[in-house]
Write a protein that binds this ligand. Structure first.
Ligand SMILES: [Zn+2]
Length: 414
């Protein structure tokens, strides 16, 4: 039996049929539909010479034991956002399954190294606002104390929702055991952005995940009557924020892959007859280079102070969240480039703006790389998320090649 990428596409459609509705994929983590997806996935394992278990954080592991205990990990996530797309996360898992089948067949159930496929629990964080939950437990970077009391929109705590699925947060750290013998981690994912489509390329090599600086910025001015206050005597907090909203485009524009987004802006009192006395904004800045990220953060702070002064306002910053850039393993990036070139004739390299489970695995010190396949219109987390079937098939073939190259590298390196 050789690799059959068409089967991956057929299985993706089967999963879409089973766990989606007219609004898109509904595999929200820790819900019945998500568990249904996992049970369906288990039926695909029947007859394979594998071991299957769930770890202490709810990650779903399939192991094909090899001659060596050294292990190649292949990962993805079956969970989706509500009204999500059919490919985000599940392509990775089902392409990984196809690669595992190929290894099982070619080596009669015993490849040269052990190969383990993981379906991470709750990558999306869509229900409790905590992304990469299962992979962070694996990596030992989880934050149980803060996470267990998180609630969903119905007031159910994360701890209760997980317990319902047989996961006890007190035992989370036992998931770290799964790191034993891990020699490399590879992950295929849809790009979720428009870069590869614009370049006319089916596949890309991911250099790493961008670091993120995420801040709340509040400008303070003076609420005042919109009719009685002359233009020159206003302390207009919105004017200062508006200047910053335009300036972040210049700040990001100096660097080729950097992005800055002011995604939320609230004005107070927020009525038509008052000058804005307080304006609350958020800023999200990302780049793969820590120095660039630090520079953009500094420049945005300086600009905010300048604009506040120009508008006779003051400004305060508070960090919401941040993560450092996570560059992937240079040799695996090289191997991924070879695999992508062999399948598509090109090997464009690009950073990932979104975070992925691969970032957590890399933080745990395991050599890691990701591969992207083109997303049509660059849209994801939406029912219209799509990728050409021929590109999906190419991505399965490229992942398979990357897996073979990585296995060879593991054997040589150890
Ligand atoms: Zn994903």
């Amino acid at each position: 039996m050789s690799l059959n990428p068409k089967r991956t596409v057929a299985e993706l459609k089967e999963l879409r049929e089973l766990t989606g509705d007219e609004n898109g994929a509904q595999r929200l983590a820790w819900t019945d539909v998500w568990q249904k997806a996992r049970k369906w996935f288990a039926t695909k394992l029947v007859g394979l010479p594998i071991e299957h278990h769930y770890d202490a954080a709810g990650n779903n592991w399939v192991a094909l034991r090899g001659a060596s205990e050294k292990t190649l990990l292949i990962g993805g996530h079956l969970d989706s956002v509500p009204n999500g797309g059919w490919l985000d996360g599940s392509l990775n898992v089902l392409a990984g399954l196809e690669v595992l089948r190929r290894f099982a067949a070619e080596f009669k159930g015993r490849p040269p190294v052990t190969i383990r496929l993981v379906d991470w629990a709750d990558e999306e964080g869509a229900r409790f606002g905590r992304s990469l939950l299962g992979s962070s437990a694996f990596a030992g970077t989880h934050s149980i104390a803060a996470d267990r009391v998180r609630t969903d929109k119905d007031g159910i705590t994360m701890e209760d929702a997980l317990r319902r699925c047989g996961v006890h947060m007190d035992h989370f750290q036992e998931a770290e055991k799964e790191r034993a013998n891990a020699a490399a981690y590879i992950e295929l994912h849809i790009e979720q952005g428009p870069v590869l489509e614009k370049l006319g390329l089916p596949l890309g090599v991911v250099l790493g995940t961008k670091g993120v600086e995420r801040h709340a910025i509040t400008f303070y001015g003076q609420e005042a009557h919109s009719g009685a206050t002359p233009m020159k005597q206003r302390k207009d907090a919105l004017a200062a924020a508006a200047k910053l909203a335009l300036e972040i485009r210049n700040i990001a524009g100096k660097h080729s892959d950097a992005v800055c987004t002011m995604g939320s802006l609230k004005t107070f009192p927020g009525i038509v007859t008052a000058v804005v006395g307080r304006c609350e904004a958020t800023l999200d800045q990302r780049d793969l280079d820590a120095k660039v990220l630090a520079q953009m953060y500094r420049e945005a702070q300086e600009a905010s102070k300048r604009f506040a002064a120009e508008e006779s306002c003051t400004v305060e910053w508070s960090r919401i969240w941040s993560i450092e850039p996570i560059p992937f393993h240079s040799h695996l990036v090289e191997l991924c480039g070879q695999a992508v070139r062999e399948i598509s004739g090109n090997s464009h390299r690009l950073p990932s703006g979104p975070l992925h489970d691969a970032a957590e695995v890399s933080r745990a010190g395991i050599p890691t790389v990701m591969m992207f396949v083109q997303s049509l219109r660059g849209i994801s987390h939406n029912k219209i998320e799509d990728t050409r079937e021929e590109h999906l098939e190419m991505s399965v073939a490229a992942l398979d090649k990357l897996a073979t190259k990585t296995v060879d590298w593991i054997l040589k390196a150890n």
